[in-house]
Design a protein around this ligand. Structure first.
Ligand code: HEM
Length: 206
């Protein structure tokens, strides 16, 4: 970790920060908490009963999870509350993003702006996550800075999981953390089982 301590000036280092907060299952535990807070404890039990997850639904923030179980639960929830799946996943992304800005604020402080933070996911933030949890299933991000104001900043998401709606929610909470606002355009396609999305961000008003 000395490398990162030198580079980013974080006294504890990000490994201890992530470890201390039991990263691995954060996606699932936060999803469960959001469902409970929004729809009640019974709803979470109903989703677990209806989807019968292999893991038994006993998710802990340190355990791993199968993302298919999460998707099954979102599909079930969508049918029960009559909210489309993409909207639920987006809302969850906004929620998870808020949790990240609180629990891992140093990443956001170091980056200083939405676009800088987004540039650092692939080469820094998710790298730290993977160091601790080599089997974490993380998406790949690349980006292209705007050449002219009209072009906008482009962020390219690639993943086997197809969680672009989650990414869009995370982008939204990242920009609200910095008090910045962007219009976000999306282009989605699937190629050889990889879900691709290019997000184009333009500062609002441009
Ligand atoms: C401090 C900030 C962040 C932390 C600590 C973090 C950490 C993580 C972790 C632990 C996972 C789950 C890995 C697994 O399930 O095995 C994950 C997944 C993911 N992250 Fe991040 N992340 C951060 C910021 C972001 C941002 C800003 C974006 C969006 C632009 C993003 C996009 C995603 C997506 C879409 C996934 C789901 C997996 C997939 O689509 O393949 N993350 N992240």
């Amino acid at each position: 970790m000395t490398h990162n301590i030198e580079l980013y000036g974080n006294k504890e280092g990000f490994s201890s920060l992530l470890q201390g907060n039991a990263m691995k299952g954060i996606v699932f535990t936060e999803f469960s908490q959001m469902v409970e807070a929004a729809f009640g404890e019974d709803m979470l039990d109903d989703l677990i009963d209806a989807t019968n997850p292999k893991s038994g639904g006993a998710y802990t923030s340190v355990g791993t999870y199968d993302h298919v179980e999460l998707v099954d639960m979102v599909v079930e929830l969508s049918a029960k509350v009559d909210i489309p799946v993409p909207k639920l996943i987006h809302t969850f992304g906004v929620h998870l993003g808020k949790v990240f800005t609180e629990k891992f604020e140093s990443f956001f402080k170091e980056a200083g702006s939405t676009l800088e933070l987004l540039k650092q996911i692939d080469k820094h933030i998710h790298v730290e996550v993977r160091k601790l949890y080599p089997d974490a299933e993380l998406p790949h991000f690349s980006y292209q800075d705007a050449l002219t104001d009209d072009d906008g900043f482009k962020l390219h998401y690639q993943s086997t999981r197809g969680f672009a709606d989650l990414a869009e929610g995370l982008i939204a909470s990242t920009s609200s953390y910095y008090g910045e606002s962007f219009t976000v355009e999306r282009k989605d396609w699937v190629e050889q089982d990889i879900h691709n999305t290019i997000f184009t961000l333009r500062s609002e008003g441009q």
